[in-house]
Design a protein around this ligand. Structure first.
Ligand code: BTN
Length: 274
């Protein structure tokens, strides 16, 4: 387990500082656990959830040594410049609401980034892009309980003040940070407070089953529909046009033979035109 920080660090994440101007009603109000270095905030959150931590507990780290991405990838998490956090949710909803939860989180992250003055886009299911480059990602890990999603660990990583040379060579042309896009530094703590506020709002729509409102917002940010995409599914690859989003959050892809495929989960790559 990483070292718990309750002192304000010079570049600043501490639970006291985070709570100071937090506008939420419940999210992060009971517990914000702030670490200097952890393996993964999702691992910490999973542990705390098993120990009975309440919904709305927030785990933040200044750096991660084994940050996890989707599909078994790693999430490079150097100290100081990124936002790495996990939130314990206890939605108690049917398992097939999972794609909706993913989109809900994407809308919250995009809305928070938009408040910093940028125009983020969402690539299905939950990559956050700016000008076509990835600036953030979401990893949700669930525990099922009595045929419901008992707990969901919502992990969010955002490249906030990351410099170009901090990205590994393999992703340098595919990734960006808020600082690089805005050409000025962004306060991690302010972004985090805005993010928690947005997430509380959108999660409440999710819990009341108002998915139409979430879908509408997601479509305002999306940049996947209408594109030719390659979808990497666990056992095969699908190429086609991302035609629409179903009301349950799944993606409809039409292949070149005209068959429509429902994609519940997978890795989507936008194909270049020409
Ligand atoms: C992805 O796009 O592949 C998802 C990346 C999610 C990264 C975040 S950083 C905080 C939390 N802890 C982790 O280990 N992963 C998520």
């Amino acid at each position: 387990m990483g070292q718990y920080m309750d002192q304000r660090l010079p570049n600043g994440l501490s639970s006291r500082a985070i709570k100071e101007h937090l506008r939420t009603r419940w999210l992060g109000q009971r517990a914000v656990c702030c670490f200097d270095v952890v393996e993964s905030t999702n691992t910490e959150a999973n542990r705390l959830a098993r120990e009975g931590a309440p919904e709305g507990t927030v785990i933040v780290a200044n750096a991660q040594t084994r940050g996890r991405g989707r599909l078994g990838r790693s999430w490079v998490s150097p100290p100081g410049n990124g936002l790495y956090l996990s939130i314990i949710l206890r939605p108690g909803c049917p398992p097939d609401w999972f794609p909706r939860l993913t989109l809900t989180a994407g809308v919250a992250v995009a809305s928070a980034i938009q408040e910093t003055g940028m125009r983020p886009q969402l690539k299905w299911p939950n990559d956050i892009l700016i000008a076509g480059r990835k600036v953030g990602g979401i990893l949700i890990e669930t525990v099922f309980d009595n045929r419901q999603i008992g707990s969901a660990i919502l992990g969010i990583g955002i490249n906030v003040n990351t410099e170009q040379d901090e990205f590994s060579i393999s992703v340098r042309n595919l990734a960006t940070s808020l600082r690089l896009s805005l050409d000025k530094p962004v306060s991690r703590i302010h972004l985090l407070q805005t993010l928690l506020y947005q997430l509380e709002q959108w999660y409440e729509f999710f819990c009341t089953g108002d998915f139409e409102t979430i879908l509408e917002a997601w479509c305002q940010f999306e940049n996947t529909l209408g594109r030719m995409v390659k979808v990497f599914l666990s056992e095969r690859r699908l190429v086609g046009v991302a035609e629409a989003l179903e009301s349950d959050g799944t993606l409809l892809v039409r292949d070149k033979r005209g068959c429509l495929h429902r994609v519940v989960a997978g890795d989507v790559v936008h194909c270049r035109i020409g």
